[in-house]
Design a protein around this ligand. Structure first.
Ligand SMILES: [Zn+2]
Length: 194
């Protein structure tokens, strides 16, 4: 995971705000977690209809909690080979801020393999966080900043019922950052060992 390069002057302030904003309020009840469990079993039985309804529930419940308009979702079987998303390479989903529609794919384009539940859920959280950027935080664009990935991870771990991970970042050329997975995962296993 690599962050976007900072934008031109006009949006730089919002970009930095997005970068700094590392957490999200979370619902105190387990509604989102419960829906994620339905999603997992629907995926295991490869039932696209149930996957669709779990995704719809998930986004409606989360939108309600964050007090934003509910975004639509389209769960599609295989990702088309040519899909453009501005500048980023995302294999399993996208979000259109104009129509507030999330698209998620259950299978990869080339090999038609079923996406793992973890990847699918993290894609759903990722695209929903794009929705929050526009509708809740009022950003002019939704950049993949360190804060964006942190917020996505907070929501994902809440939905999955797993402890949040502390993310470690490595600076890259062009004012970009990438996650140091080795360090990130090591710190989790150290935590659980204590
Ligand atoms: Zn994205």
């Amino acid at each position: 995971m690599l962050t976007d390069a900072p934008p031109c002057k006009a949006n730089r302030g919002q970009f930095l705000e997005s970068d700094r904003l590392k957490t999200l309020d979370l619902p105190r009840d387990g509604a989102v977690t419960e829906i994620a469990q339905h999603l997992e079993s629907a995926m295991k039985s490869d039932n696209i209809r149930d996957v669709r309804s779990a995704c719809t529930d998930f986004l409606a419940t989360a939108s309600d909690f964050y007090e934003v308009p509910t975004c639509g979702v389209r769960v599609l079987a295989a990702r088309p080979l040519r899909t453009r998303e501005h500048g980023t390479f995302e294999l399993f989903g996208d979000y259109d801020p104009e129509t507030m529609l999330i698209r998620v794919w259950m299978r990869t384009a080339v090999r038609k393999e079923v996406t793992s539940f973890g990847t699918f859920l993290s894609t759903l959280c990722h695209e929903f966080c794009h929705h929050l950027d526009y509708q809740k935080f009022g950003f002019a664009d939704s950049w993949h900043t360190r804060g964006f990935y942190e917020r996505t991870a907070v929501l994902y771990h809440h939905a999955r019922g797993t402890p949040p991970k502390k993310l470690f970042w490595v600076p890259m050329p062009g004012e970009r950052w990438r996650i140091d997975w080795q360090r990130t995962n090591r710190s989790v296993s150290n935590d659980s060992a204590v």
